[in-house]
Design a protein around this ligand. Sequence first.
Ligand SMILES: C[S@@+](CC[C@H](N)C(=O)[O-])C[C@H]1O[C@@H](n2cnc3c(N)ncnc32)[C@H](O)[C@@H]1O
Length: 219
Amino acid sequence: MGLYSKHIFPRLMEGGLKSDLHRRYRRRVLSRAKGEVLEVGFGTGLNLECYPASVRRVTGIDPAAVLERRVRARIARAPFPVERMIHDAANRLPFPDEHFDTVTSTWTLCSIERLGDALGELRRVLRPSGEFLFLEHGRNEKGWVSRLQDTLNPIQNRIACGCNINRKIDTEIEHGGFRIIELDRFAMPGVPRALGSVYLGVAGQESGTRPAVPERAPP
Ligand SMILES: C[S@@+](CC[C@H](N)C(=O)[O-])C[C@H]1O[C@@H](n2cnc3c(N)ncnc32)[C@H](O)[C@@H]1O
């Protein structure tokens, strides 16, 4: 890991993801979390303060360990045990089938290189009745924005350590074998459309139809 990806980018990333608005979205999506939780893309532990009392334990996986002091302080403050593992979600996860009640991902599916493999593993370790809670940015439906996203993506990928801004997150989740149960699509206020097209929702294991949801404009 170079100086930029170990020290500079993590600070920029954290600075961009810890506003009150981000926290409000985190709380909203994580409000359904319960029991044994697997968090993919644990990052610097910003979600820990946003989990509800129904959570028994959080296991966080991430291939990178950055800003260690802050992360340790957040783990120490959590009201439940937190286990952290350095692990790429696209590789086989060291957990038995159907182990977790909830899987969570916030602003992470954009960065996972072999996303299909990772989603397959997340499904494997989630109980049949469990829920996958996601809060992500991704592809905008508007033609000109998505074209801009395709144009800017190679640059974003480079400067943001593997982040893609043009993934159609709901389709990716479905291709991974999940069923979308709830989905909210909105533009994050104050964020350029190319970066702030949000997918917030819940996916489950069972098959079925899903709601068609257009993106809402910022309030
Ligand atoms: C934009 S950060 C978001 C961090 C955190 N989820 C949050 O909401 O603050 C994306 C995270 O995904 C992690 N990541 C990238 N590739 C991954 C992979 N293959 N498996 C698990 N996590 C991954 C990165 O290391 C980084 O911590």
